[in-house]
Design a protein around this ligand. Structure first.
Ligand code: PLP
Length: 418
């Protein structure tokens, strides 16, 4: 569910017409909806309300300070994967006690920053990383709270680039190695074992892989607890998918996901653990759109191209994952829909936003909304082709604010010299 709808013939974000945002801010621009963000956060909170829990929004999905501040203000924790993201959560005012630190290649200075910010826990992904955390903690004279990320070896049935819990994946450690690492960590003066962690992938559209993963990790958690290792938090990672296309099977609602996860924890004797979840896409994906303007129509003998002012540098998902985004006209179109390819100005054939999408033929100057672009949209943008990155706008009811200025031509060469 989201709050982008037609009012009459005008497509709106909550109570703000998107054409008024384009007129004030220009295009391309990412537009986020406060009501949608909060609704999704609340859905996760409600799903786990029966237990102690923390919803740690995955910062990498969309890391704008205004988004982080809004979610943090409403009780969310954060999942971070770099010192840059730690910095963002600090600026956004999210307490370190609500921040977990994931990622497969943490460096000493990042671990130091995590200890400095007194983060809730560091999710360790390998033996050398455990050594490094221990050394950095000793050097800092602080005990590091840790969890081990276990690879439960389940197939999340998603795009291979976002499957992270398969045996061949670079993430986490096997259950056997996890056991050995926990024994080591429990004996260390500088490590404080608090949790167990997994994250099996992104854009999952059914609950079974989550349930399988929870069961496998919970079995290990129980074994460790039986040996006196004090695990109190079960971090299940993120990964719940969203509906990118109407008419495709809808991913489970957070309530269904929560119910299945809690049942699986109970079944394995881990019902007393505090649950941490790290949703990114499910919170922000349908909370954002990319607003762009039609430059030209271009007809070839076999295709009709709508050339717009947003390209793969602004939204790389179609080019990177072959992913699908609906495109809606900002002023409801007249005339019969025609199948068009919506493409950007970048010099790559992979530079498309949609292919074979039915749209009443727009005219140059018309505005289009690329739907479900809130997650892995702006954060994956680049300046490829020396194109300044888009502005970001946050709508709240009848008001909107620019929460990131459009980059300027000068920004493009900052730090360069001849
Ligand atoms: C990317 C990631 C997430 C968020 O994934 P979504 O599919 O956006 O929910 C959560 N945890 C970890 C460790 C991640 O790498």
């Amino acid at each position: 569910m989201h709050h982008f709808e037609y009012v009459g013939d005008d497509f709106c974000a909550e109570a703000v017409r998107l054409d008024s945002i384009a007129a004030a801010v220009g295009t391309p621009t990412y537009v986020y909806s406060t009501a949608t963000l909060l609704r999704h956060l609340e859905a996760f909170d409600a799903a786990f309300a029966a237990r102690p829990h923390l919803v740690c929004y995955s910062v990498k999905a969309s890391s704008n300070l205004a988004v982080l501040h809004l979610l943090g203000e409403h009780g969310a924790g954060m999942d971070v994967v770099s010192i840059g993201e730690i910095h963002r959560t600090r600026l956004a005012g999210v307490p370190g006690s609500r921040v977990v630190f994931s990622g497969v290649g943490k460096q000493a200075h990042e671990i130091e920053a995590a200890l400095d910010a007194d983060l809730r826990m560091i999710n360790v992904e390998s033996e050398p990383e455990l050594d490094l955390v221990e050394r950095v903690a000793e050097h800092a004279g602080k005990r590091a709270r840790i969890a081990i990320r276990v690879n439960p070896e389940v197939d999340p049935r998603t795009h291979p680039y976002v499957a992270t819990g398969l045996q061949e994946s670079k993430f986490g450690v096997t259950s056997d190695l996890a056991e050995a690492l926990y024994a080591r960590a429990a004996a260390s003066r500088w490590l404080d074992v608090v949790g167990i962690d997994c994250h099996i992938g992104s854009q999952l559209v059914d609950v079974e892989p989550f349930v399988d993963a929870v069961r496998r990790v919970a079995i290990l958690a129980r074994k460790l607890r039986d040996r006196g290792i004090a695990i109190s938090q079960f971090d299940l990672g993120g990964g719940l998918g969203i509906a990118y296309r109407e008419g495709t099977p809808a991913p489970p609602h957070p309530s269904e996901y929560g119910k299945a996860v809690l049942e699986a924890l109970d079944a394995e004797g881990c019902g007393d653990l505090e649950v941490v979840v790290e949703p990114g896409r499910a919170i922000v994906g349908n909370s954002g759109i990319l607003l762009c303007r039609v430059l030209h129509l271009k007809r070839t003998p076999v295709r009709t191209f709508v050339v717009v002012d947003a390209g793969m540098n602004d939204l790389v998902r179609p080019a990177l994952y072959g992913s699908f985004h609906e495109i809606r006209p900002v002023r409801r179109g007249v005339g019969a829909p025609v199948e068009v390819d919506v493409v950007g100005p970048v010099c790559e054939s992979g530079d498309f936003l949609a292919r074979g999408w039915p749209l009443p033929l727009p005219e140059p100057g018309d505005l289009l909304a690329v739907m479900s672009a809130g997650a892995y949209g702006f954060v994956m943008s680049s300046t490829y082709n020396s194109r300044p990155r888009p502005a970001e706008v946050l709508v709240d009811g009848a008001r909107f604010r620019v929460v990131r200025d459009r980059e300027t031509i000068e920004d493009l060469t900052r730090g360069e010299r001849i």
